[in-house]
Write a protein that binds this ligand. Structure first.
Ligand SMILES: Nc1nc2c(c(=O)[nH]1)N[C@H]1C(S)=C(S)[C@@H](COP(=O)(O)OP(=O)(O)OC[C@H]3O[C@@H](n4cnc5c(=O)[nH]c(N)nc54)[C@H](O)[C@@H]3O)O[C@H]1N2
Ligand SMILES: Nc1nc2c(c(=O)[nH]1)N[C@H]1C(S)=C(S)[C@@H](COP(=O)(O)OP(=O)(O)OC[C@H]3O[C@@H](n4cnc5c(=O)[nH]c(N)nc54)[C@H](O)[C@@H]3O)O[C@H]1N2
Ligand SMILES: [Mo]
Length: 818
């Protein structure tokens, strides 16, 4: 047994392994102070919910309370390991400020209420609006953090029973581009590769992905390969010196917003040097000639100029990916939250395809998810997609859904794709949408340009329903607040980045009168008295397991086929990759191993879009381009960022995450070990830029954009010159101004209202900003030293540690504390 400080050593001890060997087991556990493993009453299986990795774990329950966690040795995802948020984040469940009763707004103030009164108001307003205007008055904004059963129910209620087209999730802010890139290339969502590809790869390229901080256990898997024999070469593309960059063989730090030029440049070299698999291309793809002629215009010298990196560095990166025998690529927000997000992410797919690196061990692409259950939002159709990866533009797919739900086909809106989030916001702004039901997301902190968001959500004519576990910045603005049970307090399934489905069982009761999201939605449906064509109550299911069975039927025959799974099966073997059906009863490790894609015109999820303008393609165009349903190599020319830097706003501003916090900190800010590791907002800048402004480490600065400003202390870090970084975690709930009416702390005060034309994902990582020094402050910025925010000099800066409260046990085998 090894003891570690889980804050100071977030990736734990190395367990080196070589190519093709199994990743060794290492079981991590953390129990509340004074609790011994022998005292635990029950261990309840679940998986991690503070990122997309899906780390298998068990909750320790004692006297009806969660008292700790340990990793599941047998889980295919983590082989027992846990990261800092997994280890400590469960404490937020028992926070004394959980919502325990519904709240309603009376005389301008939120006051405690009953379920009858609160749901009565929601139902009354729904009926009034249906009467006055019809279903288009009502919109839903959900999450990547509920369970599959809940999304499927929401989709059935929204798209089916109510018949509104206005439904999206925070997945729009998150992995809309992952889905879009997969649809553009493969005709359908669905992750081609598997985490086990890390065990086999000889080159791994991370594009705009700080995996060390955002999927920390997956990063441990890479660290263990790096520590073993025949380690893979690593490419990191990120303007900051992240832990990934530190470990990389080649680190490219491009100017923000230049990813597409860079990708076109890498492909120029790969194609020009003949590092292509012509046979694979001929058999499996359409569009190679176009790709080759387009990338011919992106020689390294031109790309070097655009991206602000050396031509020789680009060539070195191209050799790394071009000569690899088993190449695995990952993509995340550095690409997705940018102005040519989909086009750049599609070029990563293209790289994998031209090299013939698909469907075999160690090869492929992970268009990463971010949130624990984002995959389910997409596959269940609770965002801008239709249930079961069905194609809204294909009438026979809509008819299938209507039959499944036993509803009239015209009731399911399909005159255009479901309304995307940023468009819904506009409808709320101009008054055509009047009711917005927000579940498990905190838009008053997570959407761009917060002053605009606040002014939209506080309008009298907007009836705002917020379903959350805490009184968030958004809940503060609501007309009705519904208290939700959370992870650990309800049962359901969810699916991680590499299609692994876990069952998460209820371990303890929710506090007070809080109810699961599934119960709340079904209660709404019953009170609305929704009926199907035969007059039967709709939805027809009534608890998690019956909802799962219904979802299985909806997934039958679709790429995300769950029909081979059941609660009983997942109780025996938790963590199975879809598709799981009669043909693949044990699940499916990799997609596209047989050169068959989900791209046939009658089967595909989407007919695709023009990558520059986002204009949708007609079914006939698609059929002509890709009659045999192959993978599609699509291309786009580079266009500079929409908001260029200039005299008034000379810096490229990027925003993102730190290892220790999750999003708007509703959970991690209520977890002592995590809160203390990163207690307050900071801004990262380079030594050269700091010197120019006469700014020293720890000084208070103001970051300003045309939208607003943020005050933060300065961390002088390894970020590239000309770029500023703000973590977006810090909203207002723990300040004196809990609605944030005065602004000044959240990164989204300064971000821009703009989105990628294809995926409609907002641009959290390309805007222009200025920085000024406000005052000298003694001591270092409140930024972690263990992460991308590591200071350039260790002088006088205390290292980030958790101390005894962060004590974590590591066991080499399943013996340990079992
Ligand atoms: N600790 C932690 N883990 C998380 C989360 C969390 O909040 N905290 N959230 C989860 C969720 S929902 C998500 S979506 C993921 C996100 O996971 P990541 O995408 O890894 O995280 P980010 O910090 O948003 O962005 C990644 C990197 O993009 C870089 N970047 C910025 N602009 C550019 C650019 O123009 N080009 C390139 N190439 N890179 C750029 C940033 O420097 C940053 O290091 O993390 C998940 N895991
Ligand atoms: N500037 C900037 N902005 C960003 C990003 C960025 O990189 N930069 N990243 C974007 C990305 S990728 C994401 S994913 C979003 C995240 O943005 P949000 O979704 O707004 O952030 P969270 O804090 O995760 O909000 C989730 C809410 O759900 C609640 N919750 C948790 N579990 C449950 C449950 O079971 N039921 C219910 N009803 N509620 C629950 C939590 O208390 C919390 O309030 O932020 C986006 N915004
Ligand atoms: Mo995300």
């Amino acid at each position: 047994m090894v003891d570690r400080d889980g804050i100071a050593q977030p990736w734990g001890s190395r367990t080196p392994y070589g190519p093709g060997e199994p990743w060794p087991v290492r079981i991590d556990s953390h129990l509340a102070d004074g609790v011994d493993a022998a005292d635990v009453d029950r261990w309840v299986p679940t998986a991690a919910v503070l990122h997309s990795n899906g780390d298998g774990m068990e909750l320790a329950v004692k006297d009806g309370r969660i008292v700790g966690v340990r990793g599941r040795a047998e889980d295919r995802v983590n082989h027992g390991r846990l990261d800092p948020k997994d280890l400590y984040g469960w404490q937020a469940n028992a926070s004394p400020d959980r919502l325990t009763t519904p709240l309603v707004r009376r005389d301008g103030r939120l006051v405690e209420s009953t379920w009858d009164e609160a749901m009565g108001l929601v139902v009354k307003r729904t009926k009034e609006l249906l009467e006055e205007q019809g279903p288009s008055a009502i919109g839903f904004h959900t999450s990547g953090q509920l369970f599959a059963e809940e999304y499927y129910t929401l989709a059935a209620i929204g798209h089916g029973a109510l018949g509104t087209n206005h439904m999206d999730g925070n997945t729009r802010l998150c992995t809309a581009t992952a889905a879009a890139a997969l649809k553009e290339t493969f005709g359908c969502d669905g992750q081609p590769a598997s985490y086990t590809d890390i065990d086999h790869a000889d080159a791994i390229a991370l594009f705009g992905h700080n995996m060390a901080e955002t999927q920390a256990v997956l990063w441990s898997r890479i660290l263990d390969r790096l520590a073993g024999p025949e380690p893979p070469a690593l490419l990191c593309v990120d303007p900051r010196r992240t832990p990934v960059a530190e470990a990389a063989t080649v680190h490219l730090a491009p100017l923000p917003g230049t990813n597409l030029a860079l990708m076109n440049g890498l492909l120029h070299e790969v194609v020009g040097n003949g590092w292509i698999d012509q046979d694979f291309l001929d058999r499996n793809t359409v569009g190679y000639q176009k790709l080759a002629s387009m990338v011919a215009d992106y020689p390294p010298e031109r790309v070097a100029e655009i991206c602000g990196v050396g031509a020789d560095e680009i060539q070195a990166a191209a050799r790394l990916v071009g000569q690899a025998k088993r190449l695995l690529c990952t993509v995340l927000q550095g690409f997705y939250q940018s102005h040519q997000a989909s086009a750049a992410s599609v070029q990563v797919n293209n790289l994998v395809l031209v090299r013939g690196m698909l469907g075999k061990p160690g090869c492929g692409v992970l268009q990463m998810n971010g949130q624990p259950t984002a995959e389910n939002t997409r596959e269940c159709g609770a965002d801008g997609d239709l249930t079961g990866f069905r194609n809204w533009a294909n009438d026979s797919h809509v008819a299938e859904l209507a039959e499944l739900w036993n509803l009239d086909q015209i009731q399911i809106p399909h005159y255009s794709p479901p309304t995307h989030l940023m468009q819904m916001l506009r409808y709320l702004e101009n008054g055509s949408m009047r009711m917005w039901w927000v579940s498990a997301t905190n838009p008053a902190v997570s959407l761009p340009e917060l002053s605009r968001v606040r002014s939209i959500l506080t309008q009298d004519r907007v009836f705002l329903v917020v379903q959350d576990c805490y009184l968030t910045e958004t809940a503060e603005l609501a007309d009705v607040v519904l208290p939700a049970a959370m992870w650990g307090e309800k049962t359901g399934t969810f699916t991680n980045t590499d299609r692994t489905v876990h069952l998460s069982e209820k371990a303890v009761d929710p506090p007070g009168e809080a109810r699961s999201d599934l119960e709340i939605l079904l209660d709404y449906a019953r009170r609305m008295d929704f009926r199907d064509k035969d007059g039967q109550p709709f939805p027809s299911w009534n608890d998690p397991e019956s909802a799962f069975e219904a979802w299985k039927r909806a997934s039958a025959g679709r790429p995300c086929d769950y029909t081979g799974l059941s609660y009983a099966k997942l109780r025996v073997h938790n963590g199975v990759q879809w598709p799981c059906n009669e043909e693949n009863p044990d699940g499916t490790e990799r997609l596209y191993t047989d050169g068959k894609f989900f791209a046939a015109p009658d089967y595909c999820e989407n007919y695709g879009r023009d990558l520059v303008t986002g204009a949708p393609m007609e079914p006939t165009e698609y059929r002509a381009m890709n009659p045999d349903g192959k993978a599609m190599l699509k291309v786009a020319e580079y266009v500079p960022p929409h908001e260029p830097t200039g005299e008034d706003h000379p810096y490229a501003l990027i925003t993102g995450r730190t290892l220790y916090h999750f999003h708007t900190r509703t959970k991690t800010g209520r977890t002592p070990q995590l809160r203390d590791a990163a207690p307050e907002v900071w801004v990262e800048m380079s030594s050269a830029d700091a010197e120019r402004h006469g700014i020293a480490e720890g000084d208070l600065a103001e970051v300003t954009s045309p939208r607003g400003s943020v005050r933060a202390r300065v961390r002088i870090s390894g970020i590239r010159e000309g770029v500023l970084f703000l973590p977006f975690h810090y909203g207002y709930w723990d300040t004196d101004d809990p609605t944030g009416s005065a602004g000044g702390r959240a990164a989204n005060e300064v971000t821009v209202t703009d989105w990628d034309p294809v995926s409609k994902q907002p641009l959290f990582k390309t805007s222009a900003a200025a920085v000024t020094r406000v005052e000298t402050v003694a001591g270092a910025a409140p930024a972690p030293t263990t992460t991308a925010s590591a200071p350039n000099t260790a002088d006088g800066i205390p290292p980030t540690e958790g101390g005894p409260a962060a004590r974590t046990e590591e066991h080499a085998t399943a013996g340990g504390n079992r």
